[in-house]
Ligand binder design. Sequence first.
Ligand code: NI
Length: 392
Amino acid sequence: MGDILQQGRGLADQLIAFRRDLHQFPELSFQEARTAGKVADELARLGLAFHRNVGGHGIVADLPGGKPGPTIALRADMDALPITEQSDLEFASRNPGVMHACGHDAHTAILLGAAILLRAKQNELAGTVRFLFQSAEEINAGADAMIEAGALEGVAEIYGLHNLPTLAAGKAATRKGAMMGSVGRIEITVEGRGGHGAIPEQSIDPVVAASAIVMALQTAVSRELSPFEPAVVTIGSIKAGEANNVIPETATMTGTVRAFSDLVHVRLPEIIERIAVHTAQAYRCRAVLKYTSQVPVLVNDSRCNDFVHETIQSQLGDSQCLTAEPTLAGEDFAKYLQRIPGCFFWLGSGPTQGAEQAYGLHHPQYRLNEQCIPLGASLLAAIAAKRLTPES
Ligand code: NI
């Protein structure tokens, strides 16, 4: 198996060209028709059996090994973001307002590369590798849709990766247990009574109430949760009124809520609702909270994490696989891990020379070190191949 890195390197040109093509034609969540078509063409060329339109434009392909054994899933996401690309790359986005700013184009190329590498050792595998090309990760909906369509049926374990531009290409990082945060969406509507901006006593001002709610919400984390339980409540948008001299009828706010334990994730909606409703009352307004739980905490199975860590170390060397820092960014891979054991890991995609500045994920100037593409393909292939190697 030591040669899998080298075999991956042999695919570099092909996989990078594939990724650059996807990069030029990024597609938003649940609109990945062209991307899925490209993947399907390549899988057909490989002679793999697959299903299309699974949970949106998702593709599920099975590679049965030469001997019986468990089914191990590998997953990539395919969607892009509503961002106008500001990179000066020659293969920059040609779809105005849409950009692969999270590197899902690379993830798709990486999983395709893993399929090519594993196809070459199909007969040696004791079990089946299932490749999941998923829609709509960015809106936290694709994993649910895949699961509902049965993509996890018969799957024993699942593995996946995300590129990380703040980690140098050539390195990877894993974390046992909780690694990424839960995600909840909040929408607060504050109702008052509109009127003339110069005669406030005849109105009930929802703008003042909304402002007070934003300030009061800062105590949800600082005063109600243990300092040892990380959580975030961010109000990201406030909309009220049109004219400078009119008190509007309503104010609406949206925000995001993150936590690092499911217990906190479950508690936060009650806290936010209580603060919003009662603060609004203090200003004679009425507040209504709409809370949507989007993604649970991403928790890596301890045994699967050890296995991934050891596999990466054996491929790249001990010093190249780090312990990942926790983050409250969310990832809908957590939905798979809620159902079956597995491990999600970071693949370094940043500059290998320290001087160069790396733009973060979701930045209009985000760019990825393409060296990570063949490497990621080799790592995913090595994980599946090792997992499906009978104990000698
Ligand atoms: Ni992403």
